[in-house]
Design a protein around this ligand. Structure first.
Ligand SMILES: [Zn+2]
Length: 116
């Protein structure tokens, strides 16, 4: 799963970095403050479908254009501005992640099932 997510991030010009092992934070979408490049950090303890869905959520923030102005991060657990706008963006990123994850799992298992 991680290799797939690395390929997608590379194609979308998003830096993907593990090692974000801080408390309960699973992932964060942010812009590198030194150069403004799009980036994602994720908790290295995540595996399998949880890793897939967390990174997909963060990709969603980037590709859906959720960053405004010089805003540097996008995650409700980090961003103290829990406004309605942030909640809407979180819902959109969750829908993106759920759709993405379902599609990946469908493709992964499509050959192993005979649909009649
Ligand atoms: Zn989020």
């Amino acid at each position: 799963m991680l290799e797939l997510m690395k390929k997608i991030c590379k194609a979308e010009d998003i830096m993907l970095r593990g090692g974000l092992d801080i408390g309960e934070i699973r992932g964060i979408a942010f812009k590198d403050p030194t150069n403004g490049f799009r980036a994602i950090g994720y908790n290295s303890n995540l595996t399998g479908i949880e890793l897939l869905s967390v990174i997909a959520h963060e990709i969603g923030h980037h590709v859906l254009g959720h960053f405004e102005g010089d805003e540097l991060n996008m995650d409700s657990r980090v961003n103290k501005n829990n406004s309605r706008t942030v909640e809407k963006k979180e819902r959109e990123a969750e829908i993106f992640s759920a759709t993405f994850t379902a599609l990946v799992m469908f493709v992964k298992y499509a050959d192993s099932e005979v649909i009649t």
